[in-house]
Design a protein around this ligand. Structure first.
Ligand code: DAH
Length: 350
């Protein structure tokens, strides 16, 4: 990617997003190494300045210097906050005898739910890929959940989602796509965003379907974005998520807010893609060896127009995937309903 103002902004917004999560001095020092260190991001982009022409060079150079200064000040500020924050109940007040040989005490607090752990893990991957993280709202209006997505009232595709409505006509969001129009209208191009949150569906439950599920929506809009960019980006994410070269396939699909629309499928990790476990049909993938992970496609010109974007000039892709299914495939969990059951024997394994 050529070095420009946008590249610098991406480094900056990533650095600040990661810094917000830094919660101790060790992570802070890792952060400093990553962004301000000898082989860090700032030095990386500084090295590319010499490739610019003489007009751009001083402008970009100044921006990088400002960035460096801003990051150093932010790191100092964070360091002070971490050093002066009130000691937690586990730390030892100054002057107190600390018995190194005493048996450890179990902190009776439990740990993060596997979905929360994996949500943070996925977010970190996307942040490294240059995406901004947004959260969805859980109750929304018809316009955002349907109409702005090329589904006017009475559109038959609305039946794809068995929707829970509130008494006053609002929607318990059926997908994180409800945030698309907000992001498309409030951010400037290039837009690279993910939207994370809980969705709700009034549907029959089985090993793959839950009434409450978690989705991660992706949006990328710029000039010349193609379907191959979508496939490459999503595959890269999956490779990182599963830490292997994953096997995926795509097949055509229809969603009113994309054209063309596709679906991503992953080979089922429970039956190793065979569709059969102990001579029985694999109930997780329904016996076909593939599990549907995401709907996706090129953002429909009507949606871009609704956001005031010229589809002759810009194009983009979008996807929405179920995080629960991704986590099931990562850990070989055969039934999605385990996540919400509150059974400690399940939860404690993560
Ligand atoms: N919102 C869709 C669903 O929940 C998934 C989806 C399909 C999201 C295509 C997208 C997309 O962003 O482009 O079923």
């Amino acid at each position: 990617m050529p070095l420009n103002k946008e590249t610098i902004n991406v480094v900056k917004s990533n650095a600040f997003q990661v810094l917000e999560r830094v919660d101790d001095l060790l992570s802070l020092s890792n952060w400093e190494k990553k962004y301000l260190g000898k082989k860090g991001e700032v030095v990386n982009i500084t090295k590319q300045v010499c490739e610019l022409n003489s007009v751009e060079r001083p402008i970009i150079g100044t921006l990088i210097n400002d960035l460096k200064q801003e990051l150093s000040i932010a790191a100092q500020k964070r360091k002070q906050e971490l050093a002066t924050r009130t000691p937690s109940s586990h730390s030892v007040p100054p002057g107190t005898f600390f018995d190194l040989t005493a048996p450890g005490k179990r902190v009776p607090l439990g740990h993060l739910h596997p979905i929360t752990q994996m949500r943070q893990y996925a977010e970190d991957i996307f942040i490294r890929m240059g995406f901004e993280v947004h959260e969805t709202r859980e109750v929304d209006d018809d316009y955002h959940n349907f109409e702005s997505l090329n589904m006017p009232p009475q559109h038959p595709a609305r039946d794809l989602w068995d929707t829970f409505w509130t008494e006053n006509g609002l929607v318990c969001i059926t997908h994180t796509s409800n945030m698309q129009i907000r992001i498309l209208t409030s951010k400037s191009i290039p837009i690279r965003a993910i939207i994370v949150g809980r969705c709700f569906r009034n549907e029959a439950l089985d090993a793959r379907h839950e009434h409450t599920l978690h989705q991660i929506e992706g949006l990328y809009v710029d000039k010349n974005i193609k379907l191959s960019d979508l496939i490459g980006t999503f595959k890269k994410f999956l490779d990182e998520f599963y830490q292997r070269d994953v096997k995926i396939k795509t097949q055509p699909s229809h969603f009113p807010f994309v054209e063309p629309g596709i679906e991503f499928l992953l080979d089922c990790s429970l039956c190793q893609g065979t569709g059969i476990i102990n001579k029985d049909r694999c109930s997780t993938c329904g016996g076909n060896g593939w599990i549907e992970l995401a709907g996706a496609g090129m953002i429909h010109p009507n949606v871009l127009a609704e956001a005031g974007l010229d589809s002759q000039k810009y194009s983009g892709f979008a996807w929405g995937f179920g995080l629960d299914r991704l986590v099931m495939m990562k850990y070989g969990i055969e039934d999605i309903r385990h996540f919400n059951r509150g059974d400690l024997r399940f939860i404690q394994q993560f």
